[in-house]
Design a protein around this ligand. Structure first.
Ligand code: ATP
Ligand code: DP6
Length: 305
């Protein structure tokens, strides 16, 4: 380790958008590695809208890993944060900043502590996938700080271990999380189906009708569903595989009628398995029942040729 040992600080800031699932992930086959019971597909939002901004910094003067979320210190002791930190440190490379006279050898990352400050510009834990943007941003910014060689798909497998939906936020556009078959999760990662320019007439409008924290987190809600719902196996094995194939086709062909029908029916089935869970989970309120929560508008732009 070089530089004036006690004084230097190296930092990286990254911004990551959230993603909205159009074929939803709900249910795990492995709780620790976060392996899902079905594939899912999402649309990543424009990074200038709903997003997380995370600054990660390292200094020999930091005496422990610490994290602040929206200005308030939170514990990094949870298994999910620890999995991400461990996986990233294991892949860390040498880093040199000649201007600052800093040289960090890859072994040094095991001893150096991190300070992490993250902000969501939208409600946290309210059903707008803050864990997706948050954990993807954490993994991406740490990968930059520690000079990882892994590509986004390999990073998505690390982000997945922080929060399942986070693996899809490593890419823009339309993204598929392939559930994978391996027990160690090595093939459970995100791939980009089409980039953000592919369907630029598609506009997603998110209307927040309640910014309150959800009563049941996704993590515990899907655990209860897998344990108690009689419908979830039928959804995961029979319904979703067909919808995934159809949705991939709808995206490739920019077929809005099919895209909208699948997104709406899949969302409705997700809420149906929540209701089929014991005790039942209610994520929709009266306003969402009046169908103003999500509207996806397809704007046909008339081009003068
Ligand atoms: N910026 C962030 N950095 C790190 N962790 C975050 C960040 N934002 C949220 N989280 C973590 O994600 C948790 C919220 O996840 P949860 O899945 O319950 O809600 P959500 O992701 O907002 O909604 P949903 O999963 O229904 O779309 C927070 O309690 C926190 O632990
Ligand atoms: C309804 C969902 O948004 C559920 C997201 O669940 P999380 O990814 O937040 O759950 P954990 O993996 O336990 O962190 C559907 C989806 O994003 O596919």
């Amino acid at each position: 380790m070089g530089g004036e040992a006690e004084k230097w600080v190296l930092m990286v800031t990254a911004r990551t958008p959230t993603n909205i699932a159009v074929i939803k992930y709900w249910g795990k086959r492995d709780e620790t590695l976060i392996l899902p019971i079905n594939d899912s597909i999402s649309v990543t939002l424009d990074p200038s809208h709903l997003c997380t901004t995370t600054t990660v910094s390292v200094s020999p003067s930091f005496d422990q890993d610490r994290m602040w979320l929206n200005g308030k210190e939170i514990s990094l002791q949870g298994g999910r944060f620890q999995s991400c930190l461990r996986e990233i440190r294991a892949r860390a490379q040498d880093v040199e900043d000649k201007k600052k006279g800093i040289k960090i050898n890859k072994e040094d990352w095991q001893k150096l502590n991190l300070h992490i400050a993250s902000y969501n510009n939208f409600p946290t834990a309210a059903g707008l996938a803050s864990s997706a943007a948050g954990l993807a941003c954490l993994v991406f910014s740490l990968a930059k700080l520690m000079n990882l060689k892994e590509d986004n798909s390999q990073l998505s497998a690390i982000a997945r271990q922080g929060s399942g939906s986070a693996c899809r936020s490593l890419y823009g556009g339309f993204v598929k999380w392939c559930m994978g078959k391996e027990e160690n999760g090595s093939d459970s990662l995100a791939v980009q189906l089409a980039d953000e320019k592919h369907w630029d007439e598609l506009v997603i409008i998110i209307a927040v009708v309640s910014a309150r924290q959800k009563e049941t987190s996704s993590t515990s809600g899907m655990r209860d569903t897998v344990e108690t719902s009689a419908l979830i196996e039928h959804r995961a094995k029979e319904v979703v595989p067909k919808r995934i194939t159809e949705m991939e086709g709808a995206i490739q062909n920019r077929d809005f009628a099919t895209f909208a029908r699948l997104a709406c029916t899949d969302s409705n089935q997700f809420h149906a398995v929540c209701l089929d869970t014991y005790p039942p989970i209610f994520y929709m309120n009266d306003t969402s029942h009046r169908q103003v929560l999500f509207y996806i508008y397809y704007i046909l732009i008339t081009r003068i040729s």
